[in-house]
Design a protein. Structure first.
Length: 236
């Protein structure tokens, strides 16, 4: 199974069911699926080669889910980056992973703005806004990034149809780095699907469940053990 199929299958079974809740925001499975497709198409229009890295530095926002599944359908590789990194650590990870596209939570504008001059390989920068980050300052010396919605506005909502294999690499998560610099761990679509299916069986999850993602989604516990299995069964 491809990672993008996790969302596709649930959106076909439960198109009008609420997939995501954050505060007053409610997003259905059909809406999430369409947004993921539009995001994937926007990535593809950048003309980057298959396997290029897309990094996200964000809190647990609905946009994280769109980026997760959209990148999965594009043939690019998602790099989940900790929001706790100091500027030098963040710059090191972005450089080491050879990131070409960076999406960041506006709450971290100052930190991202500080490291961007150190990462000339980054081709596109996209800012994810939220009410609590509305006043976040952006350095005047760097061109303002495009907004998240504007990045894929107008793109078609159907699957881009990129040919993928379940053994293709999909995502990279960095280890804690307790004995040195963090190390990137690359995982395939198949690895993520096996994890999701295993958790569904072990925890007896189904579409009636409501799963609270209380740990950060840049970490494997939230992303792979909580979020993906919930999406697989059509939970909220």
């Amino acid at each position: 199974m491809l990672t993008g199929d996790i969302l596709r299958r649930s959106s076909e079974r439960f198109p009008h069911k609420v997939a995501l809740i954050r505060d007053a925001t409610r997003i259905s499975y059909a809406e999430l699926d369409a947004s993921a497709n539009r995001f994937a198409r926007a990535l593809l229009q950048l003309g980057l080669p298959k396997g290029s890295k897309v990094a996200i530095v964000s809190r647990n926002l609905p946009e994280y889910a769109i980026v997760f599944f959209g990148t999965a359908r594009s043939g690019l590789i998602l790099v989940n980056v900790s929001v706790l990194y100091a500027p030098d650590e963040l710059a090191w990870v972005l450089q080491k992973a050879d990131v070409r596209v960076l999406l960041f939570d506006a709450l971290f504008s100052a930190r991202v703005g500080e490291v961007l001059p150190l990462c000339p390989a980054i081709h596109q920068v996209v800012r994810i806004d939220s009410p609590e980050a509305a006043s976040a300052a952006w350095p005047d010396v760097i061109a303002a990034p495009i907004g998240f919605d504007a990045f894929f506005d107008g793109q078609p909502a159907h699957d881009p149809g990129v040919p993928l294999d379940e053994n293709d690499p999909f995502c990279m998560t960095y280890t804690g780095g307790t004995t040195g610099r963090p190390k990137g761990v690359l995982c395939s679509h198949r690895a993520r699907a096996v994890t999701a299916h295993t958790v569904v069986v072990e925890e007896a999850l189904d579409e009636r469940d409501v799963v609270a993602i209380v740990t950060p989604m840049f970490h494997v516990a939230a992303l792979n053990i909580m979020f993906q299995p919930a999406m697989l069964v059509g939970a909220t």
